[in-house]
Design a protein around this ligand. Structure first.
Ligand code: 4AD
Ligand code: MG
Length: 445
């Protein structure tokens, strides 16, 4: 009798006979020897079938295996430094092999495929080692998010997905027919978080959020996961301290737990090791100066054009890419113009044209991963902003109501899971950081 194990645990069984349930990812070798690359969800191992070591039918079964065939393989665990796999350093000397199913001709082969083809086959593509590694990192990032918040006094409060009003601008709303009434898929849980802090002090919501983003970029999905912490008695400086602790924890936790996956992805680990508090802090005005300097220096007319930005506009990805290139770890940009941000942001004292807002930009060109602010605590100012933004006052009356009963300075932010995973894994396009991406031109599979 041999013991059934998971490949991830292989190092605990040197010299023992073990059984692995999995799939064939690659087969090489001929004649007397077959090398089977087998994965079981927890790792990848090379299983070696030597004709003279196995019954004839077992060798024949190995020869018949096609890519993605499912199998149960038994063998002796051998330490071998050169052996590929994850964890590396071990291989299996096969003694028995049972076929579960011989797979049909698999559409994804080791050759290059275009992104649209891969996205059409996303249900199969998630088996590829790169996608496997990215999505395992994602699972750790999600867990690290919850760990830090739970350990630092933030209470998880789920917020609704069907909402009566826009939280982040009316141009990206998905409308849903709610028994004849229009409602919208949540763009944010923030407004409900703001109610919840008056009961719990510090809260967070964490769930899918929806935005009808009409542009195709490598940073935008129409359905993405966002975690949103919110804290009472918290100003903008305290918010930045919370954010840098939080983001550093996520990165360091991922490095601890998913170093092999990051190595598989050929991620520069040193860049991640630097992610510890404090992060850099620059004002929006300073950021504009820095961009103007780059613009003045560059001889590339296209870049010159891309970098032009008037005071009052939000940054686009060329600006963020250029700014983050100047720093070796994440950088906060604070004090954005009021006109380019959401309606609920507290004005800067003595400078009402500026808001107490902050974005955190990830280095190496990844750009914005969090957006946050101090919130307006005065009911009259909040009502004025709702009017200025032409939002329906009825839908926000409960939100204004919060400012009548023990209103306090409070702040919060939202961190996008997919952008964070893209940065940590070094993935250029965020469509690979979620199992089934939703974008303007894609809701299949
Ligand atoms: O900056 P945003 O729009 O801020 C809010 O929604 C606030 N209500 C958060 C808060 O203060 N509680 O979005 C926050 C983050 C962005 O920094 C980005 O990481 C991510 O959410 N994000 C997106 N990620 C993928 N696709 C999109 N279309 C995204 N839009 C925002
Ligand atoms: Mg933002």
């Amino acid at each position: 009798m041999s013991r059934s194990i998971r490949i991830a645990d292989i190092a605990s069984y040197p010299g023992e006979t073990v059984t692995i349930h999995g799939w064939l990812t690659l087969k090489t070798g001929k004649g007397q020897l077959q090398f089977l690359r087998v994965r079981d969800g927890t790792g990848i191992i090379q299983a070696v079938v030597f004709k003279k070591d196995v019954p004839a039918d077992v060798f024949e079964a190995a020869r018949r295996l096609t890519q993605e065939s499912s199998l149960v393989v038994t063998g002796v665990v051998r330490a071998d430094d050169r052996s590929p796999g994850m964890p590396g350093g071990y291989e299996l000397g096969v003694t028995d092999l049972q076929l579960v199913q011989i797979a049909g001709e698999y559409p994804i082969t080791p050759k290059e495929h275009g992104p649209e083809f891969l996205l059409d086959n996303r249900h199969l593509w998630i088996r590829s080692s790169r996608q496997w590694a990215i999505l395992r990192v994602r699972a750790t990032v999600v867990r690290a998010i919850r760990e830090w918040l739970d350990q630092n006094g933030f209470i998880n409060m789920d917020t609704p997905i069907l909402t009566p009003a826009a939280g982040e601008g009316t141009t990206t709303l998905f409308e849903v027919d709610y028994f004849g009434e229009p409602t919208y898929l949540a763009q944010t849980g923030q407004l409900y978080n703001e109610a919840n802090i008056y009961s719990f002090g510090r809260v967070y919501c964490f769930g899918p959020t929806f935005r009808a983003e009409k542009s195709k970029t490598r940073r935008h999905l129409t359905e993405f996961w966002m975690v949103e912490p919110e804290a009472a008695f918290c100003d903008l400086d305290q918010l930045m301290e919370i954010e840098e602790q939080f983001v550093s924890y996520i990165v360091q936790r991922t490095l601890d737990e998913r170093r092999s996956e990051l190595a598989m992805l050929e991620r520069d680990i040193r860049a991640l090791e630097r992610v510890t508090p404090p992060f850099y802090r620059i004002s929006y005005d300073d950021a504009l100066h820095r961009l103007a300097e780059v613009q003045a220096r560059t001889e590339d007319p296209e870049l010159k054009e891309l970098l032009s930005v008037e005071w009052g506009s939000d940054f686009g990805s060329p600006h963020e890419t250029e700014l983050t290139a100047q720093f070796d770890k994440p950088v906060f940009v604070y004090g954005f113009p009021t006109q380019c941000k959401a309606f609920y942001m507290e004005p800067w004292p003595g400078r009402p044209e500026v808001s107490k807002s902050v974005d955190l930009l990830a280095p190496e060109g990844y750009g914005e991963i969090t957006g946050g602010s101090e919130r307006i605590s005065d009911p009259d100012l909040l009502e004025q902003r709702i009017r200025e933004h032409q939002l329906p006052p009825e839908a926000f009356s409960w939100y204004v109501d919060l400012r009548q009963y023990g209103s306090v300075p409070h702040s919060g932010f939202g961190l996008g899971v997919e952008r964070t995973v893209a940065w940590i894994t070094g993935t250029k396009h965020i469509r690979e950081t979620v199992p089934y991406p939703r974008m303007i031109n894609r809701v299949y599979p």
